[in-house]
Ligand binder design. Structure first.
Ligand SMILES: [Zn+2]
Length: 603
């Protein structure tokens, strides 16, 4: 009788131990992972159902894998998995604490490149370094300590599945390779950093990867003249005494297609821009650098030249480094809505290493309603350029990211029926929704900018990261193979109050019609920062200040040459790309003014 009693008591104690161990594992997972729900919301908002199923499935597999690892009967194997999972988690967790972001391939590369510089590494981790040790120790203990199942059937099955913990690692490696470096966002910290490390390791083993260089050019002093440096004709007095450009703003919009900016006076789509045309030098429509946000932004921030893609792009000084050498304050504004962003603070291949060269870093609060984000961004620009110190601002607008109807308030609906009103995704509803969001977040914002922002000694270069394919059933952008040219079709224009400079820009724009390109932006910024024209022209080709006949093309997929050779797609900028649905737009608000027909041909 007493024996039975013992058995029951004994089992109760074991059950309690099991419960404690499972609770400890759950707590450890919750503590060391972040962004799971945000990633689900993003995939849902972007209607990426296949990715969503894969994401949830991979999490399911990973949970099974950690349990199999934690209850593995063979001690050496359990300790092995405990060490692998504990250390992997610690690295991912510490990097996330230090940078606010999941460890990606470029992050791993910057850490790898810093490995010989102990002080830099220590400086980088500093306060986060002891977290690395704490997480590793806690992780190993949680996974390695008993209890373990004693039932023979449980031991048998755990033995059969002993290698399952390797599956998430392999799966994530496969995803990162297939996505050419991406795809590991918000996946379990227990496995993802190891997969990213293995991918990078295989690349480093295949060929050494370069370090980012310092700026070797000599700074020539502030940009004052509108005439090219070293020009044979003597600059006229007005040009020679023009004030220096002290504020450079790169305003990078999101998903705004070049031919949806309409300069026809009185047009209903972008009426304010058409009205302000005299104060804007238009280089568009232009070809973007990439057809995906992260590649296009990396091309600009990493100061890529058109011929300098591939591994070379890992070694070029960033735009921030040039700006610092020229004595400019550097400011970055991430104005995108949380539902557009991957979880984490740093987007578009920005690493903790890059952030060290940014003096003012603004990531807009997720609580700001998406239609207000670009206004908030403009407030920050306005405030930053008030300062006396020369400043370079790189700002990512929220713009027209899919879903379009989230980006503007209901009362700003002018073109109908929209996707959300009709509950249908057709060529017409896409165009209507897109027209509405462009009017709200581009046209209206520029009216505010001209009304409120002092443009003294300022140059604003405006473009979008990529264009947009509005055909239903097709990817709107980021197609890797055979992308539609509309994915790389972007606006490109420059605003300045410096008359002589505007005249020079206007001349170059007229001479370069049909050759507008993202690759002309960086050399323009470098010249405005005060670097020598000859250095710039040699390394980057013509800027927006020069006559250009450059070939217009955009890239898709990996631009770093880590996973594929850069793919280039020519775009004929002289072609008409507007959809038939964009030529006939229903405008109830206009028909109310007596234009009886429901569908009005507007072009
Ligand atoms: Zn984008």
């Amino acid at each position: 009788m007493s024996r039975d009693h013992d058995v029951i008591r004994f089992d109760g104690k074991r059950m309690a131990l099991y419960a404690i161990k499972i609770a400890a594992i759950a707590a450890f997972l919750l503590w060391t992972n972040s962004g799971f729900l945000q990633r689900i919301a993003l995939l849902q908002a972007q209607q990426r159902w296949v990715t969503l199923i894969g994401f949830v499935g991979l999490w399911g597999l990973s949970l099974a894998a950690v349990l199999i690892a934690a209850f593995q009967g063979r001690r050496w194997l359990r300790f092995f998995w405990a060490a692998v999972i504990g250390i992997t988690t610690a690295v991912g967790f510490a990097y996330h604490r230090a940078s606010g972001t999941d460890l990606g391939v470029l992050d791993a590369l910057s850490l790898w490149n810093a490995r010989h510089e102990a002080t830099r590494a220590a400086e980088f981790y500093a306060a986060d370094f002891y977290w690395l040790a704490v997480v590793a120790i806690v992780g190993i203990l949680v996974f390695a300590l008993p209890p373990l199942p004693r039932a023979p059937w449980a031991q048998r099955w755990l033995k059969r599945f002993a290698l399952v913990p390797a599956l998430p690692v392999v799966a994530i490696v496969t995803i990162v390779l297939a996505k050419e470096g991406g795809g590991s966002e918000a996946l379990p910290t227990q496995f993802a950093p190891l997969s990213v490390g293995l991918v990078l390791g295989s690349k480093v083993a295949a060929a050494p990867l370069p370090h980012r260089r310092h700026v070797s050019w000599t700074w020539r002093g502030p940009f004052v003249g509108a005439a090219p440096r070293g020009a044979t004709a003597p600059p006229d007095a007005a040009v020679a005494h023009a004030p220096a450009i002290r504020r450079i703003v790169l305003l990078i919009d999101e998903s705004v297609r070049g031919d949806y900016i309409d300069w026809t006076p009185g047009n209903p789509f972008t009426p304010e821009l058409a009205r302000l045309k005299d104060r804007i030098v238009d280089f568009g429509p232009a070809a973007s650098g990439g057809n995906c946000s992260h590649y296009s932004n990396a091309i600009l921030r990493f100061a890529a030249s058109q011929d300098g893609l591939g591994r070379k792009l890992l070694s070029t000084p960033t735009l921030w480094q040039y700006a610092k050498k020229a004595g400019f304050r550097t400011v970055f504004i991430d104005g995108q809505a949380g539902f557009n962003r991957n979880p984490g603070k740093l987007q578009n291949f920005m690493t903790a290493e890059e952030v060290r060269d940014i003096d003012g870093f603004y990531a807009l609060d997720e609580k700001i309603a998406p239609p207000r984000l670009d206004d908030r961004l403009l407030d920050i620009v306005e405030q930053e350029i008030k300062s006396d110190k020369p400043v370079l601002i790189y700002a990512n607008k929220n713009g027209a990211h899919f879903p379009y109807d989230e980006g503007y308030p209901k009362e700003a609906t002018l073109f109908r029926p929209t996707m959300s009103e009709a509950g249908a995704d057709t060529a017409q509803t896409r165009v209507d929704s897109f027209r509405n969001v462009v009017r709200w977040s581009v046209d209206r914002i520029f009216k505010r900018l001209f009304d409120e922002v002092s443009l003294k000694d300022t140059v604003i270069i405006y473009t979008s990261d990529h264009g947009q394919n509005l055909q239903p059933g097709r990817l709107s952008h980021c197609s890797v193979e055979n992308p539609d040219p509309r994915e790389g079709l972007v606006p490109l224009f420059v605003i300045t109050d410096n008359e002589a400079l505007r005249a020079r820009l206007a001349k170059a724009a007229a001479e370069s019609r049909g050759h507008g390109s993202h690759f002309a932006i960086v050399p323009t910024v470098l010249e405005l920062l005060g670097f020598g024209h000859a250095d710039i022209a040699k390394a980057f080709g013509p800027s927006l200040l020069d006559k250009s006949g450059r070939k217009t093309e955009f890239t898709s997929g990996d631009i770093f040459g880590l996973f594929a050779e850069p793919r280039r797609h020519p775009v004929d900028l002289g072609k008409e790309y507007l959809e038939p649905a964009a030529l006939t737009v229903e405008k109830p608000s206009l028909s109310a003014r007596g234009n009886g027909a429901g569908g009005v041909a507007v072009r």
